[in-house]
Design a protein around this ligand. Structure first.
Ligand code: 5GP
Length: 214
């Protein structure tokens, strides 16, 4: 399989990144179900949280399986985040794009950079910021699914992740989920309408101009 994605006649890749706890998981779930998007399900070596479902939130795999996928070039991108391996399985994404479907990703800045490098014209990137660090911490505590030392680690990493905001096409501050959701939908709608993505527009306009009027 070639390592580069070809832009012609492919769907777009919508990438959301944010520090853990900024609300991205809820946003991606809602976006997927209401906007005709395929959600890329990542593989990860981290432990499953109680509320998570295998194959829905992630495919949970061990380090050996992760390394094998990397070595076989089965991952479109991968990164180490909070001491665990995370990666995007290539096959499903390529199948969706080849069928002209748009794909939604919930990945970190490192993975975003890798995909942007491979297919800039087909990628739209959005960074979601929390309204404040205090709010980010209370969201992580409220979620109550991670051990305390994990929360401390995630908060420390959040500063590094937030520092990457300027590498993204769009930046949204998640004051409230509904507003953030509407803003992402507006971005998606506009990006889908971009002239450069409108396959078949030339034929349509040719027809329009040669249409015989009664
Ligand atoms: P969490 O463990 O909280 O689910 O995710 C931790 C971080 O890993 C989040 O920033 C999330 O976006 C990122 N992440 C999840 N899946 C992937 C992936 O496949 N690739 C990369 N690069 N990052 C991922």
């Amino acid at each position: 399989m070639a390592d580069t994605l070809h832009p012609a006649r492919r769907g777009l890749m919508l990438i959301l990144s944010s520090p853990s706890g900024a609300g991205k998981t809820t946003l991606t779930r809602n976006l997927k179900s209401e906007n005709n998007l395929d959600l890329s399900i990542s593989v990860t070596t981290r432990a499953k949280r109680p509320s998570e479902i295998e194959g829905v939130h992630y495919r949970f795999i061990d380090r050996t399986a992760f390394d094998t996928m990397r070595q076989h070039n089965d991952l479109l991108e991968w990164a180490e985040v909070h001491g665990n391996g995370y990666g995007t399985p290539r096959k499903e994404v390529e199948a969706s794009l080849a069928a002209g479907r748009d794909v939604l990703f919930d990945i970190d800045w490192q993975g975003t950079q890798q995909i942007v490098k491979k297919a800039r014209a087909d990628v739209v990137t959005i960074f979601i910021l929390p309204p404040s660090m205090a709010e980010l911490r209370s969201r992580l505590i409220r979620r109550a699914e991670d051990a305390e030392e994990v929360i401390v680690k995630r908060l420390a990493n959040a500063r590094d992740e937030i520092a990457r905001w300027s590498q993204y096409d769009y930046v949204i501050v998640n004051h409230d989920l509904q507003t953030a959701y509407e803003q992402i939908k507006a971005i998606l709608t506009a990006e889908r309408l971009k002239r450069s993505r409108a396959v078949g527009l030339t034929d349509f306009v040719d027809q329009l101009l040669t249409e015989q009027l009664p």
